[in-house]
Design a protein. Sequence first.
Length: 523
Amino acid sequence: MSSADHPVSKRRTFAIIAHPDAGKTTLTEKLLLFGGAIQLAGEVKAKKDRIQTRSDWMNIERDRGISVVTSVMTFEYRDCIFNLLDTPGHEDFADDTYRTLTAVDSAVMVIDAAKGIEARTLKLFEVCRMRDIPIVTFINKMDRESRDPYEILDEIEQKLALDTAPITWPIGRAKSFAGTYNLQNNTVRRRDEEEVPTPVNGPESSAASGLLPENERQAWIDEVTLARDACNPFDLQAFREGHLTPVYFGSALRNYGVRDLIEAFCDYGPSPRAQDADTRKVEATEDKMTGFVFKIQANMDPNHRDRIAFLRVCSGKLSRGMKAKLVRTGKPMSLSAPQFFFARSRQIADEAWAGDVVGIPNHGTLRIGDTLTEGEDLLFRGVPNFAPEILRRVRLDDAMKAKKLREALQQMAEEGVVQLFLPDDGSPAIVGVVGALQIDVLTERLKVEYTLPVGFEPARFTVARWISADDPAELQRFINSHRADIAHDLDNDPVFLAQNTFSLSYEAERWKAIRFAAIKDYQ
Ligand code: G4P
């Protein structure tokens, strides 16, 4: 099979990164609409609008059907298969978003044309940059009063240290916004409904500038001419390496520029990338199946305590019924009912290829960060665990239920809902989260699913760091002299708990051979 015919070459696995309100939901919806995965605009939006308050979040957590169907959405466009991985909008679930970004090959960065780069875009961009994920930029809301396009490009270059190459240029702005001009091949697309753009004879052509009011035409022709002369040309390699972003302008709400964006993905990819494992690099086109779990969703069906593990296939073909090896335990597991997700439904996956994401139902066998192979002992690294921002001591009023609580917390930790730290001195478990809302979700789930009414109290500590050292004896010395401040996590790795950042710095200064890590890879 030539590489162009390989099923992997058609896969495009990506996520959308954006600051809240920039238009991620609207864009998702339009992508699904053009990919034939939904029929009507408004379906994704309606779901999002239901998730407005805290209590709604709880309901969603209970009624997992809704959130899970939007976790990954598969659709087709031209001859490409797209896997769009959704990321939680709420900042309190940021760790989930970061983990999801380890499973994509590229990302769309949506920017509000009036606001430019906002805080969360910057943060998410930095996470993508850690893995050199290629970014396609979509400047949204051109139908409103916006900043000058050059100013936005400049801001991307300055704030993100990322080269920009505009592929399209907006024809007019705000009320005059009338479509997009493709600088590469001199075509005009007025609206997304137009499948084939119209070839034109340069910006002077009446088919292009004629879309604008008389008094705006010349300025626009000058702008496009300048864009062609002065902006970076698109460089595929620089894009694939994460150094340059192709830029598209549009309005997701009004159906402008979205089709330009989808076509860019078909044309420039990237298709599934090689993935780093501990022993070697795994190419997507290798024959044998490998993959890793980046997300777990519990209680898909509240009557059965099942969990869905989302597996990113990294190489080979995953076939329904195959036996895989769970490398962490060395045990085989049968993949009898892998599933694909669509906008509104799921379906048994008979086969999946590198780049695809399949849901694997299980009863707690799989954890975040797990690697599955056809037998080879290799581990994909890099699904990150972030040091929590908030630490809480669990208060259980009914001491008889301590064991049950321990099990429940362990399960939640395996799902990635919280992190669990067991103090070496035997005092009650400490849970760590990145955002306060996660504590609410935890409380609610312990109550509803495990009938465990618990409370959370501030812990004596506010900072947790994974500790390690080249010399095991030195690490042991540190542990011995800080017994009351040491805990172990789910993998039994030692963690130093500090009262505040000041005491952390103090210890780090005194114990130079000890590493205090704020990020740990799952293993
Ligand atoms: P998010 O997921 O990134 O948070 O953003 P979302 O798509 O929900 O969009 C946020 C708001 O911006 C919505 O308005 C949406 O309609 C609007 N919007 C998205 N794309 C465009 C665009 O291209 N042009 C314009 N003018 N507006 C856009 P809302 O008032 O919050 O909701 P709604 O009641 O209008 O739906």
